[in-house]
Design a protein. Structure first.
Length: 233
């Protein structure tokens, strides 16, 4: 029995290490792809827009030609916006270059505008100081929490709270919808849409933290993640 327990423990450690490698590689690939979309496709589309503008200025006063040029310009703008949105979904570079507070605040604000909801965001006065992988996990949890809000019937408000202290950093996303949290039990049946949450839970565990999804006593779902800060070097 002791040997079996040791083997099971070693196996669990190996799987945990493998998951950590997979998610880190996944993040790096998403980041690299977003950069490629920005540097290659984005710059090419911008150049095409400039060239089209120059050609339009030289067009004869032929209305059908000018209408066609206007259609091409609108199409290019649509492609540019779609490219920008794909980049943002792959990797939020504001987290890397502007910090956690700016990235979180803008994401919540954009979500409120898109879905016509009331969204409140409480952030610490100072920019949290933690490794990049912590910020990535917190951002993914925020994205998941906001995504959950749209799935909860009757949700009109969402509160996002980021608490930062010396020992840990905690993010909470709460909505007032009628669809409560279903938890993160290991035996959650397949096909219930919990795989995104399961992955986030495992990512939190890799950093020594914990992710919970529950129902608030007053109604609505509460998604929380707590990550202990690593010892100072």
């Amino acid at each position: 029995m002791p040997d079996e327990l040791n083997d099971a423990g070693e196996r669990a450690t190996e799987l945990s290490d493998l998951l950590g490698h997979v998610v880190n590689s996944w993040d790096n690939d998403r980041r690299a792809l977003a950069r490629q979309l920005h540097d290659s496709l984005g710059s090419s589309l911008t150049a095409l827009t400039m060239h089209l503008g120059l050609l339009t200025a030289k067009l004869p006063p032929d209305q059908p030609l000018r209408d066609r040029a206007a259609q091409m310009k609108n199409l290019l703008h649509t492609i540019i916006e779609n490219n920008r949105q794909m980049q943002h979904k792959l990797w939020n570079d504001k987290l890397e270059f502007l910090g956690m507070k700016v990235a979180f605040s803008e994401l919540v604000s954009q979500f409120a505008q898109q879905y016509a909801l009331t969204a409140r965001c409480s952030l610490p006065e100072e920019e949290p100081v933690c490794p990049r992988e912590y910020g990535v996990v917190l951002l993914r949890v925020l994205e998941q929490g906001l995504s959950n809000v749209t799935a909860h019937s009757g949700a009109t408000e969402v509160d996002v709270v980021l608490d930062d202290n010396e020992d840990e950093i905690m993010l909470t996303v709460r909505d007032n919808g009628k669809g409560g949290g279903r938890g993160l039990a290991p035996n959650t049946p397949a096909g219930t849409g919990q795989y995104g949450l399961r992955l986030l839970r495992e990512r939190a565990r890799l950093l020594g933290g914990a992710l919970t999804l529950s129902t608030h006593p007053d109604g609505g779902a509460v998604l929380s993640v707590v990550l202990p800060k690593p010892p100072a070097a």
